[in-house]
Ligand binder design. Structure first.
Ligand SMILES: *Cc1c(COP(=O)(O)O)cnc(C)c1O
Length: 380
């Protein structure tokens, strides 16, 4: 099956043997009757397995070209499960330009458990090799990154991981499996905040993982069951429903993202637009190679780099909603310096490009003309 067919049908054969319902029922149950101890139909207790969650987990595996999927209560719960594969003393090499919540989980929780994280720039992926030691167990890549839209070469990272016999995990939240399939590029684990594009309607918080390898899958299923950060049946249903339109939504996100990026790049008040589809993006060639299109996420700065002007722009927007998060059908705008990155000291955030005037857009699937008109009136 090709991608669009998989988004709708992947892993969904014989979904309801009882009545043939086209969507899986929401199995809102904690437990399952047994005819004799151990005599059950594949499910015993909903922390270890639930049919609605399983339907979603098979769909996730299918779109990522994996063999096994897992759904968790949030993107961070999914990342938490990956780090729990490690032991005290192990080291992780992570990109330095990563989602703030991931950074917080690594440094404020897992460092206290004796796991060491090295945060490095990965725009030149060859560099990763220099940081591998005999204690390194995992390489953590996020691409494109938030909010600077940096691109990391997954194939190169995978080659370094293989050579050194360490795992490579990729946070695929921004690109989604529609644009980028890390397992095919050699990654061992692909992770999603399904809260974003997979759910797609800003109505559910969830995380997912997909892997090819059975042994790795068994370890992750064990963590899922033993730590218990599972996705509930209602939320699993919602994300499964979201997945069925992922390809059409992403197609429009990409079209609108391109139009908005191009509009902003010609605006006299705009200093710079960060979007991987521009030929002068430092890693345009890698983006073109590993992604099928460039997505609907972009950031921009204004000339003069005024904090107050940026605040005024995001306040003036009417079609774009000023809010955290991304990936829903509706367009959102954020001001990282005062919102998502406010806790990072000004000097540190500016080093990574998060300057006072930076505005991040999650371009939705409304009419592009309306989005552009909204930006025009807000920027002035
Ligand atoms: C939102 C996000 C996360 C965290 O996911 P939650 O579902 O909010 O826990 C991780 N990585 C990226 C890139 C994200 O955008």
């Amino acid at each position: 099956m090709k991608f669009n067919t998989k988004a709708i049908h992947g892993g969904q054969e014989n979904i309801d043997p009882a009545y043939g319902s086209v969507m899986p029922p929401i199995y809102q149950t904690t437990t399952y009757s047994q005819s004799t101890p151990g005599g059950h139909k594949g499910f015993e207790y909903s922390r270890s397995g639930n049919p609605t969650r399983s339907a979603l987990e098979r769909a996730i595996a299918s779109i990522e070209n994996g063999n096994y999927g897992m759904a968790f209560g949030s993107g961070l719960a999914a990342i938490d499960a990956i780090i729990k594969l490690l032991k005290s003393g192990d080291e992780v090499i992570s990109t330095n330009d990563l989602y703030g919540g991931t950074y917080r989980l690594f440094t404020s929780i897992f460092e206290d458990f004796g796991i060491k994280f090295r945060f490095i720039g990965m725009q030149n992926a060859d560099k990763i090799d220099e940081y591998v030691t005999d204690k390194t167990k995992l390489i953590w890549v996020e691409t494109p990154t938030n909010p600077m839209m940096n691109i990391i070469d997954i194939k190169k990272a995978a080659a370094i991981a293989k050579k050194n016999n360490v795992l490579l995990a990729v946070d695929n939240t921004f690109a989604t499996a529609y644009l980028q399939r890390p397992l095919d590029l050699g990654a061992d684990i692909v992770m999603h905040s399904a809260t974003k594009y997979l759910g797609g309607h800003s109505d559910v918080v969830m995380g997912t993982l997909a892997v090819k390898d059975k042994e790795l899958a068994d370890k992750l299923y064990f963590v899922q069951k033993a730590s218990g950060g599972i996705a509930g049946p209602q939320d699993s249903f919602l994300v499964l429903r979201g997945l069925k339109t992922l390809h059409v939504r992403m197609q429009r996100h990409c079209e609108n993202g391109k139009k908005v990026a191009e509009y902003l790049s010609t605006h006299p008040k705009i200093e710079k637009v960060y979007w991987p589809g521009f030929k002068d993006h430092p890693n345009y060639d890698i983006a073109k190679e590993q992604m099928d299109n460039f997505g609907g996420m972009l950031s921009f700065t204004t000339k003069g780099n005024s904090y107050d002007e940026a605040i005024k722009i995001v306040e003036n927007l009417k079609v774009f909603t000023l809010a955290e998060s991304l990936g829903g059908v509706e367009s959102l705008a954020g001001h990282p310096a005062s919102m998502t990155h406010a806790s990072i000291p000004k000097e540190d955030r500016e080093k990574t490009g998060v300057v006072d005037s930076l505005i991040r857009l999650s371009v939705g699937i409304e009419d592009a003309d309306d989005l552009i008109a909204d930006l025009k009136q807000a920027i002035g």
